[in-house]
Design a protein around this ligand. Structure first.
Ligand code: NAD
Length: 353
């Protein structure tokens, strides 16, 4: 057994069908009385439902969350929280909405209650991101970790199947990289493997029956575990590539993860054999990168960067950026090999080392 340090930092979790009905009591438990409800414009109805549930404990609604938390938007949301005298924020939605809650908490220390409706996992991490002038900066701060997370599978029934699949594979990516993280530990590895297993079972089931609560619950359970490991270890090549591709070429977050993951894992496979064996075991397959690509294809997810809007003439720059910044990864970052990886991802070819 390798030496390790493990310092758990996780929010309180209330999990189960109908757990949204416990929101008011969870707000009370935090000693808060005026909650600002956050959502994207597309989930404004959910925000209104939450505000109704809170009754007198709702301070108001800010339903303008947007992908990658533009700094100007974060400033407006912070000002709105101050204007309304909010003493906590409730973020209902995916990573974009949770991210806006984190931006408020970073500035004010307000406690956040997160109600995730995708599988991105941001609600479990002390990682925040803010985008200024097209450049996204991320950081870690314990203040942004939500205090309480309500996981209610009923709230994910409306998540379109295609988005669910991409979001689920985005979650698997956190767990896959956690299994070879240099700062990993045995508890993180257990959670990661179980998270992948749960999602590998849940995604085909919800693809077959999108309104099946059982599959939706299993997917949310997997997303919880995968998000929890993301908050405890450093991510490697895969997350760096996705960050670069998403940020520099404005590609959709979860879909980039879906396309790149098999290729990034194949790149690292020879340098992370134990992790690959665990990922493959969780997927019930022999070869982890191939099995992930096959799972995504079977579930109708995009198979190439070309399909999701990557310009061919951006591949050189993406390889340059990915090879440039130093970050932990099992295999050294070789520009030529990274360029070849990106070419395969662009074309939707089979993953190769
Ligand atoms: P998202 O939050 O942007 O949601 C995608 C779209 O789906 C939005 O329009 C949203 O309104 C809609 N939606 C969400 N839930 C729905 C539901 N149940 N039914 C119908 N529509 C629904 O996307 P995401 O993939 O959840 O999050 C991506 C963002 O989160 C990125 O900015 C990413 O960088 C960030 N992220 C951060 C962390 C972290 O630890 N800080 C972790 C993962 C992701």
């Amino acid at each position: 057994m390798n030496a390790f340090v493990f310092e758990p930092h996780l929010p309180r979790v209330v999990f189960g069908e109908g757990s949204l009905s416990r929101l008011a009591e969870e707000i009370e438990r935090l000693g808060a009385t005026r909650a600002l409800v956050l959502a994207t414009p597309g989930q404004a109805d959910s925000a209104r439902r939450v505000a109704e549930l809170l009754g007198g404990r709702s301070a108001g609604i800010f339903a303008r969350a947007a992908m990658h938390v533009p700094l100007e938007l974060a400033r407006e949301a912070r000002a709105e929280a101050r204007r309304l005298g909010a003493d906590c924020a409730v973020a209902i939605g995916g990573g974009s909405t949770t991210g806006l809650g984190k931006a408020i908490a970073l500035d004010s220390g307000l406690p956040i209650v997160a109600i995730p409706t995708t599988y991105a996992g941001s609600e479990m991490t002390p990682i925040y991101g803010l985008t200024d002038g097209g450049v996204k900066k991320t950081g870690r701060d314990p203040r942004v970790l939500p205090k309480t997370v309500l996981y209610d599978p009923q709230l994910t029934l409306g998540l379109p199947v295609g988005v669910s699949v991409a979001s689920g594979i985005n979650a698997i990516a956190h767990a896959a990289e956690a299994l070879y993280a240099q700062d990993g530990n045995p508890i993180v590895a257990l959670m990661a493997e179980e998270g992948i297993r749960a999602l590998a079972v849940a995604l085909p089931a919800l693809h077959a029956e999108p309104h099946g609560l059982r599959a939706r619950g299993e997917a949310l359970y997997g997303a919880w575990l995968c998000g929890a490991v993301l908050g405890h270890v450093s991510m490697g090549l895969h997350h760096k590539l996705c960050h670069t591709l998403g940020g520099s070429f404005d590609l959709p977050h979860a879909q980039v993860h879906t396309v790149v993951l098999p290729h990034a894992l194949a790149y690292n496979a020879g340098h992370a054999r134990d992790a690959m064996a665990r990922i493959a075991r969780a997927l019930g397959a022999a070869d982890a990168p191939l099995a992930l690509q096959e799972l995504a294809r079977r579930l109708g997810a995009p198979g190439s960067l070309r399909e999701i809007g990557m310009p061919a003439d951006g591949l050189d720059r993406a390889a340059e950026l990915a090879a440039g910044a130093p970050y932990p990864n099992p295999r050294p970052l070789e520009r030529t090999a990274l360029r070849a990886l990106l070419q395969r991802a662009y074309e939707g070819a089979a993953p190769a080392a």
